[in-house]
Design a protein around this ligand. Structure first.
Ligand SMILES: *Cc1c(COP(=O)(O)O)cnc(C)c1O
Length: 398
C-alpha cells in the first residue's frame, strides 16, 4: 500500500451528497411493492399527508402544503394572494433565477431591489421602491436573512403581503422565530443542494386558512381531494371549481425520502453553523477576505459560505484568486464572474430591459460562493480555510 501520510491534505468534494437515512428504505420498498405513489389514492395517512402534518408541527404553522418544488410554492403563493395581472412584486436582485421566474409565471412583474455587500436587501432602495408595489417576496438568499423587523414594519403599515422564500433557510431563527413563518406565506425547497434532500420538492406554509385553501386547490387537489387536507373545510367550499388546477403536487416517494430527515434538521443546523463560523473566523483573519456577520436578530443555518474579496481592484485579480484556490483543490465561484450565472441579475434576460443596480453588481463581482456541507470534519475545514487564505495572499503578494 502507498504511504499517504506525507501526501498533502486533499480538499473534500462539497458536491458529494449525504446518504438518505436508512429509515427511508422500508417505506420506499413498501410504496414500490404496492405502487401507491399518488398522494390522493389512500383515504388517509398517505406519506405526503403525514409529511405535511410533521412539517407544520416542526415549523409551527397551521397549514403546510407539499409541492413539487420551492418554485412551485412561490408561484402558488403569488396566485393564492390573488394579485391582479401585472402586479408589482418586489424581490431582491440577488437571488436564484427561479424566483423572478416564479413571479413572471404568476403573471406579475418583478421589481428588483438592490442588495448590499452583506448579501441582504438594501433597505433604502427597498423603501424607495415600496410606492406602487403590490406584494413583497423576500428571498433569504443562501440563508442570509434580510432585516425582517424593518421589512414587516414597512409592509404592515402599507398592508402589503410578504412572501418569504426560505428555500435555503430551513432552521434559521429570527428573534427566536423560525424563518418562513414571519411573512404571510413561507416557501421551502427540498432540492438536493438544500438542507433536506429529496432531489426535488417544496413546501408552502401559512397560518391563513383562505390562502391555504386556495393553494391546496391550485396545487392540484381536484374534485373533493381537498377533504384530505385537515382544518380547512369551510374555506374550500368558497373555492371549489373556481380556481385553475396547476398540478404541482408532491408524490409519495419524495415524502418517504423527506420524512426521516425532519428529525435530522436540528443536528444538521448545529453542525452547519459550527462549520460555517469556524471557517468564517479563519477567513476573517485575512486582510483580503471579509465574511459579513449574521444580523443581531439572526441565528443562521448555513450549508454554504459567502465572502467578499477585499481590495481586489480588477476582475482579473478576482479570477487569479479563483485559479489560486483551485490549484489548492478548492473551487469557489465569484457569482458575477462565471458565465451565465443564474444568480447574476443581468443574466435574467427573460425579464427584458432592467435598470442597472450598481450596488448589487459591485457585490456580485467580488462575492465568492463556497459550499460547506455539515458533514465536513475540522481537518477538512482547515484544508479549505488554508487554501483560501493562501490563495488570497498569493494574489495580493503577501
Ligand atoms: C433553491 C432555491 C430556490 C428554488 O428552489 P427549487 O425547489 O429548486 O424550485 C429558490 N430560492 C432560493 C433562495 C433557492 O436557494
Amino acid at each position: 500500500m502507498a504511504d499517504t501520510a506525507l501526501a498533502p491534505a486533499k480538499a473534500p468534494d462539497p458536491y458529494q451528497a449525504e446518504p438518505i437515512p436508512e429509515a427511508a428504505r422500508a417505506e420506499i420498498d413498501r410504496l414500490l411493492s404496492t405502487g401507491d405513489l399518488f398522494r390522493y389514492t389512500a383515504p388517509e395517512g398517505a406519506p405526503v399527508a403525514l409529511l405535511e402534518a410533521e412539517f407544520a408541527a416542526f415549523i409551527g404553522t397551521r397549514y403546510a402544503l407539499a409541492v413539487s418544488s420551492c418554485s412551485a410554492a412561490l408561484f402558488l403563493a403569488l396566485k393564492a394572494l390573488d394579485l391582479p395581472r401585472g402586479a408589482r412584486v418586489l424581490i431582491p436582485a440577488f437571488t436564484f433565477a427561479a424566483v423572478p421566474s416564479a413571479v413572471v409565471h404568476a403573471d406579475c412583474t418583478p421589481v428588483l431591489v438592490e442588495v448590499g455587500p452583506n448579501f441582504r436587501i438594501d433597505l433604502d432602495d427597498f423603501r424607495a421602491k415600496l410606492d406602487g408595489a403590490d406584494a413583497v417576496l423576500i428571498s433569504h438568499m443562501r440563508g442570509h436573512t434580510s432585516d425582517m423587523d424593518a421589512i414587516m414594519e414597512e409592509c404592515d403599515a402599507r398592508g402589503l403581503p410578504v412572501i418569504e422564500d426560505a428555500a435555503h433557510s430551513l432552521g434559521t431563527l429570527w428573534n427566536g422565530r423560525k424563518i418562513g413563518t414571519i411573512g404571510r406565506i413561507g416557501c421551502f425547497s427540498f432540492q438536493s443542494y438544500k438542507l433536506v434532500n429529496a432531489g426535488e420538492g417544496g413546501m408552502f406554509v401559512t397560518d391563513d386558512p383562505e390562502l391555504a385553501a386556495r393553494a391546496v386547490i391550485m396545487s392540484g387537489a381536484y374534485e373533493h381531494n381537498w377533504k384530505k387536507h385537515p382544518g380547512l373545510q369551510n374555506s374550500f367550499v368558497n373555492w371549489q371549481n373556481r380556481l385553475p388546477l396547476y398540478n404541482m403536487r408532491m408524490q409519495n416517494l419524495s415524502a418517504a425520502v423527506i420524512r426521516p430527515q425532519i428529525g435530522e434538521i436540528a443536528g444538521r443546523v448545529a453542525a452547519g453553523r459550527r462549520n460555517h463560523d469556524y471557517v468564517a473566523d479563519r477567513l476573517n483573519h485575512s486582510p483580503w477576505i471579509d465574511v459579513p456577520p449574521a444580523l443581531p436578530q439572526e441565528e443562521r443555518a448555513p450549508d454554504s459560505l459567502q465572502f467578499n474579496l477585499v481590495s481586489f481592484g480588477s476582475d482579473d485579480e478576482a479570477r487569479a484568486f479563483q485559479e489560486a484556490a483551485k490549484t489548492r483543490g478548492v473551487s469557489v465561484q465569484v457569482f458575477g464572474l462565471s458565465a451565465d450565472n443564474a444568480r447574476a441579475y443581468w443574466n435574467w434576460q427573460f425579464l427584458g430591459d432592467q435598470p442597472d443596480l450598481p450596488r448589487t453588481r459591485g457585490m456580485l463581482m467580488r462575492a465568492c460562493d463556497l459550499r460547506l456541507p455539515a458533514r465536513l470534519t475540522t481537518a477538512e475545514l482547515d484544508t479549505i480555510a488554508d487554501a483560501l487564505v493562501a490563495a488570497a495572499s498569493e494574489v495580493k503578494g503577501t
